[in-house]
Write a protein that binds this ligand. Sequence first.
Ligand code: F6P
Length: 458
Amino acid sequence: MKRIGILTAGGDTPALNATIHGAVARANQLSIEAYGFIKGYNSLYNERVPHVHLNPLYQEIPELDPTKGGTILGSSRDYVDPNDDEALSKITQKLNRLKIDGLVCIGGDGTLNGLQPLADRIPVVLAPKTIDNDLGLNYPSEPDEYIRCERHDRSGFDYRMKPSRIEFHLDHMINYVTPGYATAVFVSSQGVQRIRTTAESHRRIAIIEVMGRHSGYIALGSSYGQPDITLVPEHTLDLELLVDRVKEIYDLQKNVVIVCGEGIVDEAGRDLGDEESSTDPSGNKVLKGASEALRQLLIQKIGDDYFASYRRGNSASEAIFTRKVGHTQRGGRPILFDRFYGAQLGGKAVDLLVEGRNNAVSTIQWSAAKGFWVDSFHSNGFRDRWGHIHARKMHPSFYDSNNLKLSTVGREYLQPIFTHAIGHDDLEHQRDTTFAASSLLMPYHSVNTDMSKRICYL
Ligand code: F6P
């Protein structure tokens, strides 16, 4: 293998540059040229295939800084249509003209879906990334448990899992955690801690919405911020129980902090936050208003009199407020865990290409006996029998639905990831840069400005 391509696709994460760095560092060791494609799969559809040589003379370009969030290559949610043979043939021709021997795609489940049609034409592997932590399996046979049902209006199929017969072990998870998740939880936990003091001081009920689509991992991880209640998409909302619990906590401590995943669903399984029933370009539902929908439900159920009788505000709407952690959980400097394992997965992806393991995924494995190590899994292993890759749901055992909080297993899941996730340098960096005098003097210098100077075209 003489020359490989690297691209980053889907939503950005803080660990993307670290993953590109790991791939390029390994390519340098093996004397392989690495070309980065601009804006994910979008570049491959572009007639001119904008790209950047990432390691001239087998040395990494200085713009590639693994401690910076986002991706110097840019990303998009463009996806590969497996049925568009003509476009796929054109992509292959363009990659051949560029003498690309193999492709490393850094992405999540959407990117993995796009990998298959490409893998029939050129060697291609995936290095996982997603803050949602939903690329993986709770156990290797999980995809076999999907059943599909035709929609009433015959517009297509819905897929759901039948009740599992598998005994769950943390050691059996495929891709225990994805780079990007740890930093997202670092940010969201701090958000929860910071909002708590306002809730405490003003006797309020705070509903904090975190990302994750229909996987509750970020909400679960936000337990480090010590919310009183955590709501995850994997367990339908029990409104009566929630209201009882909110009142119980509020009676005691005069404030309540609730964390909810953006993909939480009501008793009928409908998305609370599905304000617009639109989808993004890769077919995902856009989830926008879970916390606000939840707030309205609590306002109705608890009512103004409850707060007025306590003399804690005039109305329920005054007392109950929402905040989204939003894109701050997806951006900025990756913490040590993400930098280290992002780089490992990038390096492993290059090894997979060199070993001829077409269509494979580099993974992070964990066992109680060995801790973390880097391994791989064939992408077909992530597919159900109809060929679909489903976002991993948080295993139900991670959550205690009676107490509306993480369970003992959930705690056991999180601890290996987070106990040493923050490096000393992460804290030093914050101390050195947050109030640097130069920030007040100098305009922001975007890495895009420098990368543009390097872009070549076919
Ligand atoms: O998949 C990552 C993610 O951050 C989700 O958690 C979230 O729902 C979505 O992307 C937001 O996408 P966008 O940045 O395109 O609004």
